[in-house]
Design a protein around this ligand. Sequence first.
Ligand code: ADP
Length: 265
Amino acid sequence: FDVYGAPILGNDDQLKGVVLVFHDITELKKLEQARKDFVANVSHELKTPVTSLKGFTETLLEGAMEDPELREKFISIIAKESERLESLIHDLLELSKIEGSQFILNMDEVNLETLIEDVFLMLGEKAALKNITFHKKFIGNGTIYADSQRMKQILINLINNAVMYTPEQGEVTVRVREQTETVILEVQDTGIGISKKEIPRIFERFYRVDRARSRNSGGTGLGLAIVKHLIEAHKAKMSVESEVGKGTTFRISFYKQLLNEKREE
Ligand code: ADP
């Protein structure tokens, strides 16, 4: 608590009483701590690829360059680490944009089917490398009121995770189901799953269930934090169902009310 005190004086300047104001600063302290943790995490996350870039370039310069096998190996590590650094900076900038006061959504009628097809095309090669098949299932026409670019970003992050955390020969199914008041979008995989205990934490920035696995697959640990913000900005609701070893389903409900209001305008 922060405490402020002030005397209450009578007409004769005699002390009549004291006002004490107790200000609960627990929330402020928590925010301050969260900010500090975030800065520490960002620094650590940036430092890891930079240290490795520096190490491998130095080793190359000190002679490893002469050995064609080592040269090939080190240069491909350098390429991979630079890519990681690039995605990390990209995601950090995205997150700060989305959280910024200037952030506005460009809302319009959006057809989910076209967006899903675009994202399947984009991630097709990555899925094919693991023999993962994509499926798309529709009940209703799947038109929602949303920012199409941001909606695509949500789909990319969720479908990319589904591919990343699903072993070879798995399946990723995107379902769209129109109901009376909502349009439900589901991204389901047959992957490694997430335990009940971890589910509430996966939306935190930089939280990963398995750090090494996320790093190796090029994850930044920011994808779901970005998704969470974007879903909130769309006034939609998200839930997660998962079973370890069986798979995970991310479910988003969009309110049709918003689309109806737009059409009545
Ligand atoms: P990352 O870049 O590490 O994937 P995200 O914010 O996208 O970061 O996800 C946070 C963590 O949630 C991941 O590291 C992973 O442990 C877990 N996760 C996300 N999506 C899935 C999924 N479809 N199946 C299993 N685990 C997942």
